[in-house]
Ligand binder design. Sequence first.
Ligand SMILES: Cc1cc2nc3c(=O)[nH]c(=O)nc-3n(C[C@H](O)[C@H](O)[C@H](O)COP(=O)(O)OP(=O)(O)OC[C@H]3O[C@@H](n4cnc5c(N)ncnc54)[C@H](O)[C@@H]3O)c2cc1C
Length: 249
Amino acid sequence: MFHAHVGLYLNSGLLSPLDCIQAAEQAYYDHKAQLNAVEGFIRQILGWREFVRGIYWREMPEYALDNFFEAKRDLPSFYWNAKTEMNCVRQAIQETIDNAYAHHIQRLMVLGNFALLAGLHPRQVNDWFLSVYADAFEWVELPNVSGMALFADGGLYSHRKPYAARRSLHQPHVRLTARAVPIQGVDSKERCRTPARSITLYWDFLDRNRSKLGNNHRVGMMYRVYDRMTDEKRKEIASDSAQFLETLN
Ligand SMILES: Cc1cc2nc3c(=O)[nH]c(=O)nc-3n(C[C@H](O)[C@H](O)[C@H](O)COP(=O)(O)OP(=O)(O)OC[C@H]3O[C@@H](n4cnc5c(N)ncnc54)[C@H](O)[C@@H]3O)c2cc1C
């Protein structure tokens, strides 16, 4: 849960990645930080940051147009004003408005994942991420949003499986009426109460995109779970989701 909050300085050139890495390494040799923490931090900067940079320079400019799921929905206005009843989404957006910063998991599992499940247009989602975060520069923002969060590149970045599916595989006990992982919060003071509909939206997302994901063996287990539901349950999911998505327009 500890983050260095150095992205803004690194990306704007005020801080060199190598200086950060060497400072962390020194902290380990000085017995001020544990090996696993130092290794993780160095891996973020030397690994993820450079990997993302490589994706951007190898794949642009076409990468910015990728829209694997052909998502078309406009970005709902609550992304700009935090006026939504979805507690975790509201908290993550409000913190973003207040601080121009949000934790990686808020960006990925709350805001990005909602955009994926709701079928928001990648261009509009990218524009939002680029506008609101202090550390947002296109070369690092775009692959994280289009590749990691939205799977708009069809899996080039995230190894052929949308993040939404991966998380749910880790939580096979989550049922329609339970708290849903994708919109779960990170604020320990206020537990996020997730509307039952968010997990409904997850199943609806799978069903809506069967032509794109149906043959993806890494998502196959979730399709088998969905297909074992009764017709009545699947109809309920479809109508509940359609009703909810309509409210976003
Ligand atoms: C949807 C989404 C959008 C994102 N947009 C941006 C963005 O616009 N700009 C940005 O710098 N990061 C972005 N990230 C990656 C990550 O969330 C931020 O780098 C991190 O939150 C920055 O906080 P920190 O400096 O406290 O990071 P720490 O956790 O302390 O990590 C240290 C450094 O490692 C690097 N790093 C860690 N993860 C990543 C990653 N996935 N990609 C690239 N570098 C990484 C960053 O330079 C970061 O400052 C995004 C992630 C997601 C899921």
